[in-house]
Write a new protein. Structure first.
Length: 117
C-alpha cells in the first residue's frame, strides 16, 4: 500500500517512509523548493529530484549539510532506509507491487513478484 501524500487531508504515517519521501516532506516542511535546497547544498536540482524519487542517494559527504538544512540528523534521515529486516522488505515489495500494477493498468493482487537471492 502506498501511503497517502503528506499534503493530503489524511494523516500521514511517517513510520514507513523511505529516504526520498522523508526528504520531500522535510524540505516542504521547511518551506524550501528543490531549487532552494540544491543551491544551498551546491548540487543540481536534478540531484534533489533523483533523491526524492529514490533513483539515487546523497553522497555521505553531503549528508550532514542536508540534515542540517532539514532540521534533522543524518541518522534520522537514513533510519528507515538503512534498517535491515523483513518488515522493510515486505513494505518495499508491497509498494513496488502497487507501482507496477498502476503502470500496467491492473490491480496489485494480480502482480506477482519473485525475488531470487
Amino acid at each position: 500500500m502506498i501511503p497517502a501524500h503528506p499534503d493530503s487531508n489524511t494523516r500521514y504515517d511517517t513510520r514507513h517512509e523511505v529516504l526520498g519521501d522523508r526528504l520531500a516532506r522535510l524540505r516542504r516542511g521547511r518551506g524550501l523548493s528543490k531549487t532552494d535546497l540544491a543551491g544551498r547544498l551546491g548540487v543540481t536540482v536534478t540531484s534533489i529530484c533523483y533523491w526524492e524519487q529514490g533513483r539515487s542517494r546523497p553522497r555521505l559527504a553531503r549528508l550532514q549539510a542536508l540534515a542540517d538544512l532539514l532540521g534533522t540528523s543524518p541518522t534520522e534521515l537514513l533510519s528507515r532506509d538503512s534498517a535491515p529486516g523483513g518488515d522493510h522488505l515486505a513494505d518495499l515489495v508491497g509498494r513496488m507491487r502497487a507501482e507496477i500494477a498502476h503502470a500496467a493498468g491492473t490491480t496489485p493482487s494480480k502482480v506477482r513478484i519473485m525475488i531470487e537471492m
